[in-house]
Design a protein around this ligand. Structure first.
Ligand SMILES: *Cc1c(COP(=O)(O)O)cnc(C)c1O
Length: 361
């Protein structure tokens, strides 16, 4: 049994599109891709050869990210953010009307959206509210062992919006239970905020472990749209069968490479330190407030709070220009608000708004 046996047979059988850039090198007299022979931008303005198609998987960026994550380059697929990774995994491994994903709400919403867009079922193993939204580990194991439809199991570590991380011993048991049955996907969008809890380095140990990483959060690159699927080469090659031929725009690749240079890595470390410092101020300024019922500090760059009147507080803060995240349509989170760790100035504004709200009550 290989991971390919878990993929949709029609995707495995399909003859993939072969782009000009895949078939031939990007050097020489290039008359193979219907490109313009020269760019319209001046070279000094944009020295990027925008008239040429980009590399489908830019080698320098793949290698740079692989080095960051401590993996061989053939274990990395660069994508337009983790969202694209989730979409590719769903389309490759879930047959419409037959297969399912498993997720543990409250969690990131894109797993469900991608599954529903593909016509796959969504098996929910909800986090238990009474225990403070902790993962129902035995529920997940039971579902994976008994439900043959489940092809993808999403764990989020740290989880959005609860901030908790996956227990390595649980992941071990889950990998054993899922062998030959499903892929285990650990979404590590926030792992840089708690590097000791990361699983990326374990990718390749077993072909059914997949990790998602992104430059959107801890690399201050949400606008870049750049992420990576870390997986066994067999999974990577399945995903490459359906990824767009040129997913990464040349300027994005160029900026992402710049972001991985050593001076920027130093800056990123500075950013992480500052975020952690600001996070303790955020936790302090929420602690002990009369309207705060419960606080989940978590291990990421946000906190979750349960408050007396979430809708009222959200509106009150918004009127003061402070925008927080509420979850009005999710019954489990109706009283909860997620607050991202901002700058000191952002926290000043938040503190002022919360003080005013408290006086108003
Ligand atoms: C923010 C976030 C992402 C990021 O997605 P991108 O497409 O890379 O911006 C992925 N997973 C989780 C859990 C997130 O919170």
């Amino acid at each position: 049994m290989s991971v390919t046996d878990l993929a949709r047979p029609d995707i495995v059988a399909m003859k993939p599109y072969s782009s000009a850039r895949l078939e031939a090198p990007g050097r020489g007299v290039l008359l193979n891709a219907n490109e313009a022979p020269w760019p319209l931008f001046d070279e000094d303005e944009h020295p990027l050869e925008l008239n040429r198609y980009p590399e489908p998987q830019p080698a320098a960026l793949v290698e740079g990210l692989a080095e960051r994550y401590g993996l061989p380059a053939d274990h990395v697929l660069v994508t337009r953010g983790s969202d694209e990774g989730i979409d590719l995994l769903t389309r490759v491994f879930c047959r419409a009307g037959r297969d399912a994903i498993l997720h543990c709400p409250p969690t990131f919403g894109m797993y469900r959206i991608a599954a529903q867009a593909q016509g796959a079922d969504v098996v929910s193993v909800p986090r238990d509210f009474e225990s403070g939204f902790s993962l129902d580990e035995s529920g997940v194991l039971e579902a994976v062992r008994t439900d043959d439809r489940i092809r993808l199991v999403y764990l989020t570590s740290p989880n959005n919006p609860t901030g908790d991380v996956v227990d390595p011993a649980f992941l071990e048991r889950l990998l054993t239970a899922a062998e030959g049955r499903a892929l285990i996907i650990v979404d590590e969008a926030y792992a840089e905020f708690c590097p000791d809890d990361a699983f990326a380095g374990q990718v390749g140990r077993t072909p059914h472990l997949v990790v998602l990483r992104t430059l959107s959060k801890a690399w201050a690159g949400a606008g870049l749209r750049c992420g990576a699927v870390l997986a066994d080469p067999e999974v990577i090659s399945l995903l490459r069968r359906i990824i767009a031929p040129y997913p990464l725009a040349t300027p994005v690749v160029s900026l992402a490479l710049r972001g991985l240079q050593s001076d920027m890595v130093m800056r990123q470390k500075g950013l992480l330190r500052e975020i952690l410092r600001n996070k303790s101020r955020l936790v302090d300024l929420l602690t002990g407030r009369a309207f705060v019922r419960r606080l989940w500090p978590g291990k990421a760059n946000f906190v979750l709070v349960r408050v007396d009147d979430a809708a009222g507080l959200l509106t009150f803060c918004a009127a003061r220009g402070v925008i927080l995240r509420g979850f009005p349509s999710d019954p489990a989170l109706r009283d909860c608000i997620r607050i991202s760790v901002g700058s000191q100035k952002d926290l000043d504004a938040l503190e002022e708004a919360l003080d005013a709200w408290e006086t108003e009550l």
